[in-house]
Design a protein around this ligand. Structure first.
Ligand SMILES: Nc1ncnc2c1ncn2[C@@H]1O[C@H](COP(=O)(O)OP(=O)(O)O)[C@@H](O)[C@H]1O
Ligand SMILES: [Mg+2]
Length: 327
């Protein structure tokens, strides 16, 4: 089991796509990003996502083998999960996939992209079939996540009453680029397009956008379209801010009661804050005293969702553009 962690747009999905292309094995990629704005996910959603990934990744003859599972048919070229007729058991599908892997002498790797979304799944505990597969089958899992604390909350690897308790895992972190790497990344990118861009413009871009590959790539794309540094940079910042606001609104879903509080904390902490400072500022705004535990919980939720990061005593945005989004 591997956890691939890094803030939004740090390059996790790109890394996984490269692995899928270059490493042998049967790769099943379940993209849960589409549930970012949902308040909850149903078992059916997961089963349909699995069906889709199987149909994209497995050759026809192997899809046929899967049709032996209850509720699974094979028609024309695809497997069909008849979830409306029979309850599809994930453990049985995993059994079959493992059997296929064994026969083919291949590894089978299931990727849950943005796996923190799985915590919104209602009615079933996915940790049981995952633990079962981990203990008994030839199936490997990769969980990617942009919300590092949230994915640990979901997997509960260190909770003694959890199905996955004590299982071994590898954590791989994808940090943003440092300044030099960011500059080199832009230089190389422009070179590929045979574009000559002044060094001070690259510096300005990196100083404004930080080392997040997603923003740097988007700036490069805009530069190539606009052929103008200022226009390209402004467009990048504008888009980034609106995207971050949208993501923050997704975070607030199901947390409506504390919406104003979360916004205030982000605004107070946009240039870095200490626990005490932020609490005093929030209390001043509301004119009431706030329970210490409750305040810590609010602050921690922002950290778990990777909007803030704690460095020593200081809480600060994980991305310079988050700082701008709350200015
Ligand atoms: N190593 C890299 N080289 C080139 N482009 C990259 C690299 N890593 C990320 N990108 C670009 O940055 C964007 C965000 O990366 P992505 O893999 O989607 O991030 P994440 O999955 O961590 O949110 C992508 O559109 C991709 O084009
Ligand atoms: Mg991604």
């Amino acid at each position: 089991m591997t956890l691939l962690l890094g803030i939004r747009r740090s390059g996790k999905s790109s890394l996984v796509k490269v692995l899928m292309k270059e490493e042998k094995g049967i790769w099943l990629y379940l993209d849960l990003r589409k549930f970012e704005s949902s308040a909850y996910i149903s078992y059916k959603d997961i089963i349909q996502e699995l069906e889709k990934s199987i149909n994209t990744s497995l050759p026809e003859r192997l899809k046929k083998v899967l049709a032996g599972v209850k509720g699974v048919n094979f028609a024309v070229v695809n497997v069909i999960f008849n979830w409306w007729k029979a309850r599809i058991e994930l453990a049985q599908i995993l059994d079959k996939l493992s059997e296929i892997a064994e026969k083919e002498g291949e590894r089978i790797i299931i990727i849950f992209n943005e796996s923190q979304e799985l915590r919104k799944l209602k009615g079933v505990n996915l940790l049981y079939p995952i633990a079962y597969a981990f203990d008994n089958l030839k199936v490997k899992f990769i969980f990617t996540s942009s919300e590092i604390g949230m994915v640990y909350d979901f997997l509960k690897l260190d909770k003694s009453d959890s199905p996955l308790y004590g299982r071994s895992y590898t954590e791989v972190n994808v940090p943003p680029f440092g300044k030099e790497t960011s500059l080199e990344f832009l230089r190389k990118g422009f070179e590929e397009f045979k574009m000559k861009v002044e060094e001070r413009e690259l510096e300005d871009a990196v100083n404004t956008l930080g080392g997040i590959p997603g923003w740097l790539t988007y700036y490069g794309f805009n530069y190539i379209q606009e052929k103008d540094h200022v226009k390209a940079l402004n467009k990048t910042v504008e888009t980034a801010i609106s995207l971050i606001k949208k993501e923050f609104n997704n975070f607030l879903k199901g947390r409506e009661g504390a919406k104003e509080r979360y916004k205030t904390i982000m605004t107070v902490c946009k240039n870095g804050c200490k626990w005490k400072e932020a609490k005093i500022a929030l209390e001043a705004k509301e004119g009431v005293r706030i329970d210490d535990k409750r305040f810590t919980q609010l602050l921690n939720n922002l950290v778990k969702a990777s909007f803030l990061i704690k460095e020593g005593e200081i809480y600060k945005p994980t991305d310079v553009l988050i700082e701008k989004a709350f200015s």
